[in-house]
Design a protein around this ligand. Structure first.
Ligand code: ADP
Length: 721
């Protein structure tokens, strides 16, 4: 630090002299007060009010301690002022040397330069500053103190005047001696006072009623006092804070002095918002006038926490509403289930149950003791199941099943129940609830019982069927053997009949031949009596031959040995032949026998002899069973269908409905009594049907008893080979 010639810096300002203000300072303060410290502080405050000076320090020589010490200051914490102390003995210190100068000196401290014993390098740190000596009345000798200002501060007439009156005042009060004891005490008290208020973490300020800062602790200064080196941004923030604080303070004074208010300030260090609660108290000092002490409590964090709590509270409310809705939904679901459902917590206590479960596990206080006991028993059974489940190690998705016996509290009816329980776990795997569904097993058991019964019945049936099947198989086998035997017997019978017929026919033909020769008179003429006898022999012989021939036909057909001779022929030609053959019988019958031939030539491809045999047979029967009326043989032929149909219709005795099929059976006649009126073997129609079938055709009958019959032979026109 080195002093610079004063003429460079100690410019005298041309600002108007403030006489009234000077007078006020002298009258109100300096004349009456004997306290150097207070006088110095009042003088500097006067400077702050009436001149552009915003930062200044007043130092005075203390003869007692032989040091130059800080007495008062503006624009800087007063506690710092109290720390300034330079020993007078260090005469080489240019700072001490400044006491001997007659005019203002400028100092430019070296960075980090710190005189020994001083609390800090200078009141202005490393910045250059001016030191104005405070001289006594005589103006001679060393100065009694120094007034320090920032370099560039205008040494106006007011500043110069103040330096003069202040020097004289110091001289007047204590001569050239040391500071009085009370001043030192005051200094100590001030230092203590600032130590105390600086120890408080809340900003504390003393302001005048206009909001101007009089005393502030370190915290408050950070918000409201700008140092000379402060950046533009910080300075603005501090200005803004001062404005806000003044406004708040004026409101407080006017509206509610003792009430706490919220004040939003700006943190000069980072520009963030700071919320304070301001508690202001007005203090009256007879000498200093009215002041306001304000304590600011930083409630930014508190507000943030409050907001956070409020937000959390809202979230909790929303979550609560969601969980209530979820619970309602759950209730709706479990109430809509017909099976009882119980939800228990991790300790096994029931937290929820649906209506069907309530029927089993709850009972009104006025219910009869039996029902209450039943409910208790049900509860005990269920609780022991849940206890087992809670004790067991089951995984998250695992389902545990069990069976217990419950009772209906109203009817006392036992209810076997199947329990299906699942654990509800949190994301971290902690158990929160157990959901159990109870399923009434009565129906299932009944079904199982019925199933068992059914199974037994089915097994029994199966056994019976098996034995019946075995029996049936035995019977079948028996029948098969019998059938084989019968077939053999039938074959033997047919063989026998064929042989017998042959054996019969040979002698019979001989008998008929000889009879015929006798009747022809080969053995001479015979008397009418013999002739009559012979004629009977011939007639019966021929009848016997017919029977034998028919039997032979049947046996041949049955044995499949009927020879077929397929030729192409005209049915229109066949019918007259049949008529001719039966002419004697027709003539005898005296019936009108007519024929209706086909306009289209009914050419068929079949066995001519067999077709003729059938027609002869049908016409013979018609002649035999018709007494009045007539008989018609008709042929219809449809070329497209290639079918020839021959009908033989009569107006005879007719056949009752129940005999329509039977008459086609072997040896079957409508009247088969020994006293029957009509002869015959009952084999004719049986042979006809067999032959028709063998030719690929068939015979049908339409007949009404007493009214006549129509036999229809259908022959395919050309199929058979
Ligand atoms: P039968 O040699 O006895 O005539 P059929 O097999 O030819 O044998 O006839 C069987 C029976 O059918 C006859 O005994 C008769 O009772 C009845 N029957 C057959 N044709 C006629 C018909 N046209 N009218 C009435 N009954 C008939």
């Amino acid at each position: 630090m080195s002093p610079v010639p004063a003429r460079n810096v100690a410019r005298v300002s041309a600002s108007p002299v403030n006489h009234a203000a000077r007078l006020q300072l002298l009258e109100d303060y300096l004349v009456h007060h004997e306290d150097v410290g207070r006088c110095c502080q009042a003088s500097l405050d006067w400077l702050a009010r009436h001149t552009p000076v915003r930062r200044a320090v007043c130092l005075a020589v203390d003869g007692e301690t032989s040091a130059l010490v800080g007495l008062a200051g503006i624009g800087m914490p007063l506690d710092e002022v109290a720390y300034f102390s330079w020993p007078l003995s260090d005469t080489r210190d240019p700072f001490i040397a400044a006491l001997t100068a007659n005019r203002a000196q400028e100092f430019r401290p070296k960075p980090g330069g710190r005189p020994s014993g001083a609390a800090r390098a200078t009141p202005f740190g490393d910045s250059p500053f001016l030191a104005v000596p405070l001289k006594g009345v005589r103006g001679a000798g060393d100065a009694l103190g120094l007034l320090l200002f920032r370099s560039g501060t205008s040494i106006s007439p007011d500043v110069a005047w103040l330096a003069t009156v202040l020097g004289q005042k110091i001289e007047q009060v204590r001569g050239r001696g040391g500071l009085p004891e009370e001043v030192r005490k005051l200094r100590r008290e001030r230092a203590l006072f600032f130590t105390i208020i600086n120890a408080v973490t809340d900003p504390i300020l003393l302001t005048d009623t206009e909001g101007r800062l009089i005393v502030a602790n370190t915290r408050a200064e950070k918000l409201f006092a700008a140092t000379e080196e402060a950046t533009e941004g910080r300075r603005r923030a501090i200005e803004l804070n001062n404005m806000l604080f003044s406004a708040a303070l004026s409101r407080t004074v006017v509206e509610a002095p003792s009430e706490a208010r919220e004040l939003l300030l700006v943190d000069p260090s980072d520009g963030s918002d700071l919320l304070f609660e301001v508690l202001s108290t007005t203090v009256e000092d007879p000498r200093e006038g009215t002041g306001i002490v304000s304590v600011l409590r930083n409630i930014t964090d508190l507000r943030r926490a409050t907001e956070q709590i409020e937000e959390n509270y809202q979230k909790v409310r929303v979550a609560e509403a969601a969980s209530r809705a979820e619970r309602d939904r759950l209730n709706l679901i479990i109430d809509s289930v017909a099976d009882p459902i119980i939800v228990t917590d991790q300790s096994g206590s029931t937290v929820l149950m649906n209506a069907p479960a309530e029927e089993l596990f709850t009972v009104g206080g006025e219910a009869d003791p039996a029902a209450q006991r039943t409910v208790q028993a049900n509860d005990a059974h269920f609780s022991s199941f849940i206890a087992g489940l809670l004790a067991g190690e089951t995984g998250p998705g695992e389902i545990r099943r069990g069976e217990i016996g419950l009772m209906n509290p109203t009817t006392g009816e036992p209810i076997p129940v199947e329990l299906i329980a699942g654990k509800v776990l949190t994301e971290t795997g902690e158990l929160t609830a157990v959901v159990t569904i109870l399923h009434d097993r009565r129906e299932a058991l009944e079904r199982a019982r019925l199933f068992e019964q059914l199974k037994t019945a089915s097994d029994e049936l199966q056994m019976r069927v098996q034995s019946a099947t075995a029996e049936l198989a035995t019977q079948n086998e028996l029948l098969r053997r019998q059938a084989i035997e019968l077939e053999q017997a039938s074959r033997l019978k047919s063989q026998f009949l064929a042989n017998m017929s042959h054996e019969f026919r040979t002698p019979l033909n001989a008998i008929l031949g000889y009879t015929h020769m006798l009747l022809q008179g080969v053995a001479g003429s015979l008397g009418p009596n013999v002739m009559r006898q012979l004629t009977r022999i011939d007639s019966n012989g021929r009848h016997l031959l017919t029977i034998i021939n028919e039997i032979l036909d049947i046996t041949r057909i049955e044995a499949g040995k009927m020879p077929m001779q397929i030729t192409e022929f005209n049915l229109n030609e066949l019918i007259p032949e049949v008529m001719t053959e039966l002419d004697p019988v027709i003539a005898r019958s005296k019936l009108a026998v007519t024929q209706q031939l086909s306009p289209e030539p009914p050419i068929v491809h079949s066995d001519r002899q067999k077709v003729k045999q059938i027609v002869v047979n049908l016409l013979s029967n018609a002649l035999k069973f018709t007494h009045t009326g007539g008989i018609e043989v008709a042929i219809t032929f449809t070329v497209e269908e290639r079918i020839a149909v021959i009908t033989v219709s009569d107006t005879g005795i007719g056949i009752a409905r129940e005999h329509h099929e039977r008459i086609f059976e072997d040896f079957r006649q409508v009247d088969d009594s020994p006293s029957r009126q009509y002869g015959g073997t009952g084999l004719g129609l049986a042979i006809c049907r067999r032959l028709a079938n063998a030719l690929g055709g068939h015979i049908t009958l339409r007949s009404t008893l007493g009214k006549g019959s129509t036999f229809t032979l259908t022959v395919p026109a050309g199929t058979l080979q």
